[in-house]
Design a protein around this ligand. Structure first.
Ligand code: ADP
Ligand code: MG
Length: 513
């Protein structure tokens, strides 16, 4: 039998849930507290679904959903409503979930990744379920399960994409960028490990170039963005092997097994008819005026994409550096403070040196740009080891002792060659431990580079007198013997001499004789 391997294109759509950061739950006054440390403490008759209670929609949750929609270029509905989605499960107190069916708050958005616009079909708002805890002491033959309703009724935003993603990398980038946007907006902490963001992957294959979609499989229980990407890789492999054997793909829900790094069949998918959706009779339709929507739009903070562009333009730093200062937001905020200190000191220097245009064009003399690059390089290479020494993540500057202005001073000292690069690293480490300013540290540790000509000339004279042979060689035309003499001066000053100045002075001395 001919063993031909067909090629396939992957078609992928995502369904992403994010728990919103609000004080209270979606339809009642119970606290929405991600750090609650005891089961069933944040519950009330409304979120427990007691008869006779009525839901009241949380305005803040609606606003946050609209913020997400606007940040993702969605059309915001001026008229929308909530619907009941009926199903029975022990973590669902009412026996139905209040969700949105045909009139979600946000529709028709997009997010650019890998140079393509990924369509966002809709973003709607619903309530989260409780959590079932299967008694671990009884192993797999569970005697009973426990239920914790703290999470029941927490506002949950659901975003559905068009089937526009094509690869594991698309999924990875989309989920990362969305998470970053939600965090910038303050809409959700979106920590997948804590279940605050949940990504479900829908994936099908079709013969390369064909326009007809194949049967899709939905993958759930994914606990990280990496796992989402790996589940795509796994499904592409599994489905293409089945198709190559001439078998059909079953439309089903599969789970992700993190230990085995595999998906496994869970159940055949329900259709929406199974949920018997109907409009929630206890909540009137929600109207949002154009003015209200515009007000939310105007209140949006700077978004990651805008920040990347601004950093590149304003600070003239590299793409990768702007990327780091966008993903690690606190680090980027720190950098902005450093840069503004540097701009101020560059301005002063230009005034001193009589240069008129301190914001002049970038180039050799563009002092701020040089200082910006220098400090971006330093922060990105030197901060991580300092942070890990105090057990901090790179973006966690809590308790970090170096003040941005002290760091900026250090950059200026390096720029003016008052410190060698080795000395600068020593000073930086000491600053991280003590929080002291660089001048102080450098003096204390006797690390200031000597550029004072008088002081250097004394050392140079001594070196000339003690190294007659090298001096002779130089005078006979062996120019490189000056390197040896520079080395001797460096040694004499315990490495503190500024090598450029030494070299210049030595040349003058040797040619004068
Ligand atoms: P369902 O009715 O099964 O819930 P939807 O049409 O609502 O399916 O789509 C759910 C998700 O699956 C969306 O993200 C959508 O982009 C994606 N999707 C739809 N069809 C396909 C397909 N053939 N292959 C991969 N993903 C798909
Ligand atoms: Mg659907």
């Amino acid at each position: 039998m001919a063993n031909f391997m067909n090629k396939y294109d992957a078609i992928i759509g995502l369904e992403i849930h994010a728990e919103l950061k609000t004080k209270t739950k979606m339809f009642c006054g119970s606290p929405n507290d991600p750090n609650e440390n005891h089961p069933n403490i944040n519950v009330c008759p409304v979120c427990m679904g007691h008869p006779g209670t009525l839901p009241v929609p949380n305005k803040e949750a609606i606003k946050k959903t609209v913020m997400a929609g606007l940040a993702l270029n969605c059309k915001i509905a001026e008229f929308s409503k909530f619907d009941r989605k009926n199903y029975f499960y022990p973590d669902l107190p009412k026996g139905y979930q209040i969700s949105q069916y045909d009139l979600p708050f946000c529709e028709n958005g997009s997010l650019e990744i890998n140079g393509r616009e990924i369509g966002i079909t809709r973003i709607h708002l619903e309530e989260d379920t409780g959590k079932l805890l299967h008694d671990p002491s009884t192993g797999s033959g569970q005697a009973y399960s426990l239920v914790d309703y703290n999470r029941a009724g927490v506002p949950l935003m659901e975003l559905v994409t068009e089937p526009d993603l094509k690869s594991a990398d698309d999924v990875y980038k989309f989920a990362k960028e969305l998470r970053l946007i939600l965090r910038y907006l303050g809409v959700s902490d979106a920590d997948m490990e804590k279940g605050q963001m949940r990504v479900e992957v829908n994936i099908s294959l079709k013969p390369e170039g064909s326009s007809e979609f194949g049967t899709k499989v939905e993958v759930k229980n994914i606990n990280s963005i990496n796992a989402a990407a790996r589940s795509v890789e796994y499904e592409i492999k599994r489905q293409s092997e089945l198709l190559n054997k001439g078998e059909k793909i079953v439309q089903e829900t599969r789970g992700w097994d993190e230990t085995k790094q595999e998906t496994f069949s869970q159940r055949i998918k329900e259709t929406s008819a199974d949920y018997r959706y109907f409009p929630e009779p206890d909540i009137p339709p929600i109207t949002l005026s154009k003015d209200q929507i515009e007000e939310i739009q105007l209140g949006l903070p700077e978004l990651p994409k805008q920040r990347r562009e601004r950093f590149k333009e304003q600070y003239e730093i590299k793409d990768e550096q702007a990327e780091i200062f966008t993903t690690s937001k606190h680090l980027g905020d720190y950098y902005e403070k450093v840069a503004s200190e540097l701009d101020a000191s560059a301005k002063i220097e230009h005034l001193k040196s009589g240069t008129k245009d301190e914001n002049g064009p970038p180039g050799e003399d563009h002092l701020p740009a040089k200082l910006h690059t220098l400090s971006a390089n330093y922060m990105i290479t030197e901060f991580p080891p300092l942070m890990s020494a105090v057990d901090n993540e790179i973006d966690d500057l809590e308790g970090f002792k170096i003040e941005p202005e002290a760091f900026a001073e250090l950059m200026v000292m390096i720029f003016h060659k008052k410190l060698s690069s080795t000395a600068a690293k020593t000073v930086l480490k000491e600053m991280a431990e003590t929080g002291l300013h660089p001048e102080h540290v450098a003096k204390e540790m006797n690390l200031l580079q000597v550029s004072d000509e008088g002081e250097l000339l004394l050392a140079i004279e001594e070196v000339i007198n003690n190294n007659k042979n090298a001096v002779e060689d130089y005078k006979k035309g062996k120019k490189e013997s000056i390197k040896f003499l520079v080395g001797q001066v460096m040694a004499k000053t315990s490495g503190k001499a500024n090598p450029q100045v030494v070299s210049k002075l030595l040349e003058e001395e040797l040619n004068n004789d």
